[in-house]
Write a protein that binds this ligand. Sequence first.
Ligand SMILES: [Zn+2]
Length: 445
Amino acid sequence: MADGNKKAAAERSWRITGALILDPFTGREGQGTVWVEAGRVVERPSGAFPEETVEASGLWLIPRLTDIHVHFRSPGQEWKEDLRSGSMAAAAGGFTVVATMPNTDPVVDIPALVAWQRLEAERLGLVRVWPIGAISVGLQGKALADLWAMQEAGAVGFSDDGRPVADSRLMRAALSYSRSLTGPIIQHAEDPGLFAGASMHEGSVSHRMGIPGAPAEAESVMVWRDVQLAALTGGRLHIAHLSAPGSLEALAWAKRRGLQVTAEATPHHLLLTDEAVAEWGYDAVTKVNPPLRPAAMREALVEAVREGLVEVIASDHAPHHADEKGRPYTEAPFGISGLETSLGAVLTALVHGGLLSPLEAMRRMTAFPHRLLGQAYPGLVPGAPADLTLVDPFHEWTVDPGRFYSKGKNTPLAGARLRGRAVATMVDGCWVMREGEVIDPCADN
Ligand SMILES: [Zn+2]
């Protein structure tokens, strides 16, 4: 964390009392008090530092809220987002850790860029930024990047996200090598031929609107290939933003065989259908890849998250400039700005919808993402870094992208009513957001 922040945290003690504590590490679920001292969770404060009490009745306290799929666009596309605006969006959304995708310009395919992202984020002192390195040099899908060197520099996984690894031989090699890496190979599953030219899901809505679509199989045929390559190699495969029923069948097949295959779902695929494309007219705010699916497919995905087949929820936060998203539907870029609505969408769809208990929902945004990246999840055990989020689970609010910290205002949830949001975020014992306001980390808080 930034020096000013670190110093402030090192000499402070916080007593957070009255919250419903949800600790996916221990399974603890109950009201209580958490003490933080010198940046860490402690059993009892030493009394050596000034103590401040935070009254948190009616709120939930969650350790290490994590989003393993975000695009911060830096280096190279800072008009869409940069490490500062992205980190502020993460803090505002309640996240303490984010994993950033490498499809920047230049591509994060060398250790120096991994190290730069880490150091720059530390200098900013907001949230933890864990870079994901590219699988192939320049995302070209031809030569394997130096995965070990990037891991050494701090990469937590590898992906050509934005593009699939189409070459089966290259994917086989990457999965083989993943056996000696800490993090997984993360696939943006898409058959380039089947998806070619598509801007949305192929079905009654795309036909009605005259927008070129691609079938759900454009995703699932690639997932089937990849789970078979995971079986062949014994490698560790993670499927990003899974959305198709056929992909769920492939995932279930892999899990029955005990393969090391995991998957994530996005809040927008859990909450919205392709009818949103019609509701928004030809506004590309709904254009996302994989595309929003019909209701039956959305319901199948929700059920898969509920039963734990899909174990992680990640936003695929993909900010774009308004000018880019304002182009005609077929020409606009894919992506939704998701960090500041993710938690509210998950609570609205899954918890208030009665599908998951609060603790189970939060596992999918804390402990499970750590596990699949091969990272230790500290929870609230004494000595753990104090990365905490206070959530008001019943707060009703209307999504107003004009108030986002993200530079990307592109979301089809604009105007939607959500129930539940983060009200405070602490990283390394420093408040980086309180009552919706991101705090300048260099100030003494
Ligand atoms: Zn992707």
